[in-house]
Write a new protein. Structure first.
Length: 146
């Protein structure tokens, strides 16, 4: 399996093989993609950005992406929750101060959290146990399993 890199430019978002430099796929978006995360199997890519839509692209099949939900502001971070099996949970955060947990099989949010300040960053810890979020001068830590 090649190492993949996601990049957004004027022609759309591109997925490259980082070993060969070959463009593997190009996906068009209506606006800037701010965040993308490749699933653990490297077969799915979740994206979010200025369009306020959360999309999932299947890298093995060149087809229309699945739109699983939206925010009320620009999406700043997209993270596959690797603490669960089956590559079904995606977590997004945006300018609307909201963190949303999505079940990729449903257009409804599984859970939401609204921060007091603008969310600027979000990552899952390397041990997959926590979701770490920065919002203003605060650091928020969520147990990934709950």
């Amino acid at each position: 399996m090649p190492s993949l890199l996601w990049f957004d430019d004027t022609d759309g978002s591109k997925v490259w093989d980082t070993y060969t430099g070959e463009t593997l796929q190009t996906f068009s978006h209506g606006h800037i993609v701010r965040s993308a995360d490749i699933s653990a199997s490297q077969s799915l890519v979740a994206t979010g950005g200025a369009e306020k839509l959360v999309r999932v692209y299947d890298l093995k099949h060149d087809k229309t992406p699945l739109e699983i939900g939206s925010h009320n502001g620009t999406i700043k971070s997209v993270v596959w929750d690797r603490s669960c099996t089956g590559e079904k949970t995606i977590v997004t955060s945006g300018d609307d101060k909201t963190i949303i947990w999505w079940d990729g099989r449903s257009p409804k949010a599984s859970a939401t959290f609204t921060a007091d300040e603008m969310i600027t960053s979000m990552e899952q810890s390397i041990d997959r146990k926590n979701l770490v979020v920065t919002a203003g001068r605060s650091v928020l830590v969520f147990n990934a399993s709950t």
